[in-house]
Design a protein around this ligand. Structure first.
Ligand SMILES: [Zn+2]
Length: 341
């Protein structure tokens, strides 16, 4: 099978993505289309000229460069219709890549902040657009609330308080993202306890830009159900043992780790060593528009550069389903598990 055939094969392969940010799923094509339809400020208004502003390349990796790309998005959204459109399109793009189950995370503050919308409005708009797109394209989507450590504790507190009072069906998990190097997650731990009490599952970005100590903190202090990335857990065998014993899944993202400078290239990614150590894992995209990837493309990387077999990929998808934040696991398994059996 040549690379093009393999890509088509992997596109047809049903997939689970547990770690994808809405903010990082909005392609240059979508931004240009929305700007021409609704307005909105961009650094360039053609796809070719916009790409370098929002996309990473392997030549200049780095965590802060990666995070800088989101600045273009933050002040962009000109109106309600634009926000609904990006949410609808992000779900459609995942479905067209044959992602069958998607956990899509976003920060309401990202969409509301500079554009003077209320977070509660943003949540309503995105929730409705996600549901409509999921129904139109036959994909199951579970939204996760992201709070950013970079926006400060006060804003996060307000968001979590509001979301904890929402009726069932808006969010099934809480995540903390942002700059792990500059801003510790620690001050946010009380908020996560409140969210857990309110019935939200917890996932914490940790062990990506910083080391295994942060994964330990996410498990012990935050009581995390899953870890966003956690790739650097491999540097400490005690942390690996803890993850294995507690059955905590690492949401691994191959190309994203190259772009943030965590690993030099996909062929040296420790995913196989982590899997062989008995830690549950999933393969995810993180920010497909920023990294210019699809999940199918990531599977091609896993096959060609890391020697993953189709039966291993099936097992990884079934494991991802086991650790999904969907509120009715039995329903989810009835709907999807047969795809990988
Ligand atoms: Zn992430």
């Amino acid at each position: 099978m040549d690379k093009k055939e393999l890509f088509e094969h992997m596109r047809a392969f049903p997939k689970v993505d547990l770690h994808r940010h809405l903010e990082g799923s909005i392609s240059a094509e979508t931004l240009v289309r929305i700007a021409s339809k609704y307005g909105g400020t961009l650094p360039a208004y053609t796809v070719e000229k916009l790409r370098p502003h929002i996309q990473m390349d392997s030549e200049s990796p780095g965590f802060s460069t990666f995070l800088q790309k989101f600045k273009v998005y933050r002040g962009f959204y000109p109106c309600r219709e634009a926000i609904e459109d990006v949410a609808y399109t992000a779900v459609m793009d995942a479905a067209l890549d044959n992602v069958r189950y998607l956990e899509l995370r976003y920060s309401p503050s990202h969409f509301a902040g500079l554009n003077k919308f209320k977070e509660c409005e943003v949540i309503e708009w995105i929730s409705a657009a996600v549901k409509e797109s999921a129904s139109d394209f036959n994909i199951i989507v579970v939204p996760i609330l992201t709070i950013s450590r970079d926006y400060g504790l006060e804003l996060a507190r307000n968001t979590v308080r509001y979301v904890s009072q929402l009726p069932h069906g808006y969010f099934y998990g809480l995540d903390i993202a942002g700059d792990e190097v500059v801003n510790s997650a620690k001050p946010f731990s009380d908020l996560f306890a409140v969210a857990k009490k309110a019935g939200l599952n917890l996932t914490i970005h940790a062990g990506e830009a910083c080391g295994p100590k942060n994964v330990l903190e996410a498990v012990i202090d935050f009581n995390a159900d899953r870890i966003g990335h956690g790739v650097r857990s491999i540097e400490d065998q005690e942390v690996i043992a803890l993850l294995r014993e507690r059955r905590i899944l690492l949401e691994l993202c191959l190309t994203s780790n190259v772009h943030t400078g965590v690993i030099a290239s996909v062929d040296v990614h420790p995913i196989r060593r982590i899997m062989d150590a008995g830690v549950p894992i999933s393969i995810n995209t993180d920010d497909p528009a920023i990294s210019a990837i699809t999940l199918s493309g990531e599977y091609v990387e896993a096959v060609t550069k890391l020697g993953f077999t189709e039966s291993e990929l099936k097992a990884i998808n079934l494991q991802a389903l086991e650790h999904a934040f969907h509120p009715d696991k039995e329903y989810l398994k009835r709907q999807l598990a047969h795809l990988w059996q």
